[in-house]
Design a protein around this ligand. Structure first.
Ligand code: ADP
Ligand code: MG
Length: 349
């Protein structure tokens, strides 16, 4: 607590898709074990290290168990603000890693980090004696607007404010209590269906927005203190309040690769702009604390919302997603550089 802690960064390499295999793309990314990957293609030859690397064959369960996600859930129950975010090129497997193939398959082995974390949380809640009070909120940032994914269609636009006590926060956001796994998964499904997605050349169901689902965890303060020789007294300590936040970033993309025009290219520019702002904040945060200048969180809604997770008192897990295909080489290298830089960022939980 209060000590500088590095961001935990793990890498997931998705398998080649049918389309990629059919057109004869080569695999240019290979795991070397021990958290390292090697990229080799014509003029490129580079090795990168992470806390963990999940190669092509890794199951959803292996990613959950090996990424430190379980520990993150436990810390959130303990009152910390925990965040996991997935980033990478469009079609690199971010949504798949977080949620699995949502709605398309009922196979439990394909459930993503989110559903597995919810299950873990509810299991812990049941064994927690007094139980935990759980609620969830779900929003998206679409074209630099914050929209409540739990409100009826069309999602309500919400103001993002700042106060000294709370930092950046979203005003009037709906928060729904839940007590069962079915209930929170239903919220996730409903909200995700309201998200702006669109099919384009790189991905049939590409997310056009950044989505943030936050689970608020309160433990009831009913611990009992027993002093020697005196009857038990209820303690005055307040309950703990933690959060567990999942961020599914819209993918970076080069407009020419996706064939986006008109409205789509406006979206792409907004997506790219906020990812650029995020990249900029990460580069500055990666410098030693003494050498840091002002961090421009205000440059985008996304960076404002992530300020606590990146530079504040949060505990953060980053899941970088890449495609192993030769055709994605330049985006893959940029994701790998971005992710390596993020490993130097520290927070003070
Ligand atoms: P993103 O959210 O990064 O744009 P998606 O998660 O939608 O990308 O993944 C793109 C496509 O690749 C989807 O059809 C998805 O089912 C598939 N895919 C992604 N990761 C994997 C994986 N680890 N195993 C199998 N298929 C995957
Ligand atoms: Mg997605």
């Amino acid at each position: 607590e209060g000590r500088e802690t590095r961001l935990r960064v793990v890498l997931r390499v998705r398998p080649l898709t049918c389309t990629e295999t059919r057109r004869g793309d080569r695999r240019v990314v290979h795991s070397l074990g021990n958290g390292t990957v090697h990229v080799s293609a014509d003029r490129h030859d580079a090795t990168f290290g992470f806390s963990a690397v999940f190669d092509v064959g890794a199951s959803q369960e292996a990613v959950f168990e090996g990424s430190g996600m379980r520990e993150l859930v436990e810390m959130a129950i303990d009152g910390f603000s925990c965040t996991v975010f997935a980033f990478g090129q469009t079609g690199s497997g971010k949504t798949y890693t977080l949620m699995g193939p949502l709605g398309q398959s009922e196979a439990p082995e394909l459930l993503g980090l989110m559903q597995r974390s919810f299950a873990c949380l509810l299991e812990q809640s049941r064994s927690h004696g007094t139980g935990l009070v759980l609620s969830a909120s779900y929003l998206e940032i679409y074209n630099e607007q914050v929209r409540d994914l739990l409100s009826a269609v069309p999602p309500r636009t919400l103001p993002l404010r700042w106060s000294k006590a709370r930092g950046f926060y979203v005003e009037n956001q709906l928060s729904v209590d839940f007590e069962s796994l079915e209930a929170i998964i239903e919220l996730l499904l409903q909200g995700s269906q309201r998200r702006r997605t669109c099919a384009h050349a790189l991905n049939e169901h590409s997310s056009r927005s950044h989505a943030v689902l936050t689970v608020h965890i309160r433990s009831r303060a009913v611990s009992v203190i027993t002093l020697q020789g005196k009857p038990p007294q209820p303690s005055a300590c307040p309950g703990k309040q933690g959060t567990l936040c999942f961020v599914d970033l819209a993918g970076s993309e080069r407009v020419k690769d996706t064939g986006s025009t008109g409205e789509l290219s406006v979206e792409a520019n907004n997506i790219n702009r906020s990812l650029l702002a995020l990249g900029h904040c990460i580069s500055l945060l990666a410098k030693a604390r003494g050498k840091r200048t002002h961090i421009p969180y205000r440059d985008s809604k996304l960076t404002r919302l992530l300020a606590r997770s990146l530079g504040g008192p949060g505990v953060t897990l980053m899941v970088a997603c890449i495609s192993p295909s030769s055709r994605c080489l330049s985006e893959t290298l940029s994701t790998l550089h971005y992710a390596s830089r993020a490993r130097r960022v520290t927070t003070r939980p």
